[in-house]
Design a protein around this ligand. Structure first.
Ligand code: NAP
Length: 532
């Protein structure tokens, strides 16, 4: 006997949890399948020291329940991972979610059976049947390890930040290596440097990192935040990235040098993504404007690192500020002023191999007790590639997406009826303050379900033409930015994986435009979707 449900949701992170809450309201019979042993998704897996929000905590929390907003208190402006994981648990308990979630359950595939209009969802233990399959698999769920010869030979301790153990890892007095200086690397590095005997950071391409500006939330601020949630979320809804930081309508080229410099300085000293997202409107779209801000951040980096030669290695010259994800840091650059910390520039001396005792580069051999891989993810599409998803006539999703994802509104795929992809590729969620867009996505999908129930429909499928138009629109949006000028996960580039088509994976038109497009489609009776 197979377990039968109206809906199977894959993943119990924030999107899966909220989707469960919303679909329960429709009286649907739902099962959530979660690989981890608890809720929390990204906050469950990424429990490395230093992991914390880059979004202001009160702009990140879920807004759908006023009661939840009043009951939960963030202790810091940028909450650390343990608190955020507790928050996810708090939501689960408050809404009694775990009775519908199966933990430690990895979905390996899902096959659509056309004759019965059902999905068979395959896990390691059993097969579930459902009418609707909703993926809530997150953006960064498939970690990637570097392709270095001998990676399994190392006999010391080794952890990927996204598969960090549930027990504490002791760095005290140890010889520690960190590989990777992305958003994760720059969070973990200062934490390790506090107690490690020696810390050696292996950097390939440097990034433009900004000070996070975290601090505790005072009692007065707590009261103020709780009284202003409507205003906070309205502000988020008005900005491109659904953050508190909306761009300055002026062009960086329209102001004097003094004014521009003063603006950059003010934004640099503000907490969070202010300099990236609250800057002159053309810093992300016009090369000349971008050159100004890139040069400003380069100067800031060199001011914070005592050794000028070392500072030069930390300064990016190969891309412009904000064209890759900007890592947020707390004392990252100052770490390199400590005697026990070294930076190895892999551009000058690349890896040769990993050995039993440590790491060999073309310049030097290193012995380590512990290697930390902060080497990133098969972003956005990795989870879809890892599952054998088959639609009509056994067509495989990974083949259909071989040349890049094809979706309609980032939530549906032609040829894969009743499959809905929350926070999927070409969806604004993957490029914004995620919970804000999760709420939009989940509510829109729930309205679609309600519409189908009201109309007596049992199948929904995006039309090929609608999807092609969406892909074209997405490409037009990103082409207006400087993002395609450099390699990053934004552009589907991960050198630890077989080469994939260089294509933008998210939606660069901004969350308000995305929401407007979704709302127009639903208001017009779900144009671009075929129902049966
Ligand atoms: P990432 O941005 O992809 O960075 C991976 C790092 O590892 C890069 O420095 C990369 O160098 C390096 N690397 C990868 N393979 C390597 C190899 N074979 N040899 C040498 N170096 C190698 O991954 P991430 O830092 O985990 O961040 C991923 C995303 O997660 C972020 O962009 C962000 O959206 C999200 N994140 C969010 C938060 C937050 O909100 N607080 C925190 C952490 C992460 P190259 O640059 O040269 O490839």
């Amino acid at each position: 006997m197979r377990d039968k449900y109206d809906v199977v949701i894959v993943g119990a992170g924030l999107s899966g949890m909220y989707q469960l809450i919303k679909l329960r309201e429709l009286g649907m019979n739902i099962r959530v399948l979660e690989m981890g042993s608890d809720v929390g998704g990204t906050w469950y897996w990424n429990r490395y020291p230093g992991a914390r929000f880059d979004s202001e905590s009160y702009s990140y929390g879920m807004s759908f329940s006023k009661e939840l907003l009043q009951e939960w208190e963030w202790s810091e402006h940028f909450s650390a991972q343990p608190e955020t994981l507790r928050y996810c648990g708090f939501i689960s308990e408050k809404f009694d979610l775990s009775r519908d979630i199966e933990f430690n359950t990895r979905v390996t595939g899902a096959h659509y059976e056309e004759a019965r209009n059902i999905w068979q969802v395959i896990t390691e233990d059993k097969i579930y049947e459902c009418r609707f399959l909703i993926t809530a698999v997150g953006v960064f769920s498939v970690p990637t390890w570097p392709e270095i010869e001998g990676i399994n030979d190392f006999q010391g301790e080794a952890w990927h930040t996204a598969r960090w153990p549930h027990h504490p890892v002791d760095f005290f007095g140890k010889r520690v290596a960190v590989i990777g200086t992305g958003a994760t690397g720059v969070q973990v590095i200062p934490e390790v440097a506090k107690t490690a005997g020696t810390l050696t950071v292996f950097q390939r391409r440097p990034n433009y990192c900004l000070p996070l500006g975290n601090r505790p939330i005072t009692e007065e601020e707590q009261a103020d935040i709780k009284g202003r949630y409507d205003e906070i979320f309205a502000q988020c809804a008005s900005t491109t990235g659904s953050f508190l930081h909306g761009s300055d309508p002026r062009s960086a080229l329209s102001v004097s040098d003094e004014e521009r410099e003063a603006t950059f300085g003010r934004l640099y000293n503000m907490p969070g993504f202010a300099l990236w997202l609250g800057n002159f409107r053309d810093c992300g779209t016009d090369q000349e404007a971008n050159d100004f801000v890139s040069e400003f951040v380069r100067r800031k980096i060199s001011e914070r690192v005592n050794d000028l030669e070392l500072a030069e290695k930390l300064i990016p010259l190969d891309h412009g500020f904000g064209t890759r994800r900007v890592p947020m840091e707390s004392g990252y650059y100052e770490v390199y002023n400590k005697d026990n910390v070294r930076l190895i520039d892999l551009m000058a001396t690349p890896f040769q191999r990993i050995t039993k005792a440590g790491i060999e580069t073309t310049g030097e051999n290193f012995d380590f007790d512990l290697i930390i891989y902060a080497t990133g993810f098969d972003a956005i599409v990795g989870s879809f590639r890892n599952m054998d998803i088959q639609g009509r006539k056994g067509a495989k999703l990974k083949d259909y997406w071989e040349d890049g994802p094809v979706t309609y509104l980032g939530v549906q795929v032609p040829g894969f009826p009743n499959l809905l992809t929350l926070v999927g590729p070409q969806n604004a969620s993957t490029f914004c303050n995620i919970p804000r867009c999760i709420e939009q996505n989940v509510e829109w999908v729930s309205d679609l379900m309600a519409h189908m129930m009201a109309q007596g429909y049992e199948r929904v499928e995006a039309a090929q033409t609608a999807a092609e138009a969406w892909v074209e629109h997405s490409e037009q949006m990103v082409a207006m930015t400087l993002i395609p000028n450099t390699d990053s996960w934004f552009m589907n580039v991960n050198q630890n994986l077989p080469e994939k088509k260089r294509t933008f994976l998210a939606y660069a038109g901004g969350a308000p435009r995305y929401k407007q497009k979704c709302d127009e489609v639903s208001a017009a009776g779900y144009t671009g979707f075929d129902f049966a």
